[in-house]
Each structure stands twice: as structure tokens, then as C-alpha cells.
Design a protein. Structure first.
Length: 81
């Protein structure tokens, strides 16, 4: 997931689309949609991260309920890393 977040962050950078076929500007728009397209890709990648986090949380809850996952002492105390 860290890789997805890194890619999403780089999508905001102007050089992020270099080398990708979809980065070719449309002659009619003269590249005016490039910042919007980068932002859209960035939002979609962040949405993918949220989806992965949601799936992971649901899986963890199910494992806790079925007693297959045991929380550590630090988790029980609510400590953070």
C-alpha cells in the first residue's frame, strides 16, 4: 500500500506522466487536461488505498471475532508505534 501512496503523490508532479502513452496531449485540448488527469489518477489511487485499508480492517475484525488473531499487550493498551 505504501507503493500506491507513493505513486499517488507522484501523480501530482508534472513529470509523473512522462513515458506513459496516455500522457500524449490531445491536439484539440493542447494539454490543458493534463493537470486534471493527473489529479484524477491521484484521487483514484488514494481511493484504492482506502479500499485496501477497509478490506484489511474487515479481515482483522473477523479474525479477532473468530479468536484466530490475538491482540498484543501494546494493542490492548492502545499504544502507538
Amino acid at each position: 500500500m505504501d507503493t500506491i501512496v507513493d505513486v499517488a503523490r507522484n501523480k501530482a508532479a508534472p513529470l509523473a506522466d512522462l513515458g506513459s502513452p496516455e500522457s500524449e496531449p490531445d491536439p484539440a485540448s493542447a494539454g490543458t487536461n493534463a493537470p486534471r488527469r493527473r489529479r484524477l489518477h491521484q484521487v483514484l489511487l488514494y481511493m484504492r488505498c482506502l479500499h485496501l485499508l477497509s478490506q484489511t480492517l474487515a479481515f482483522s475484525r473477523a479474525e479477532l471475532r473468530s479468536k484466530r488473531l490475538k491482540p498484543s499487550a501494546a494493542v490492548k493498551k492502545g499504544e502507538t508505534l
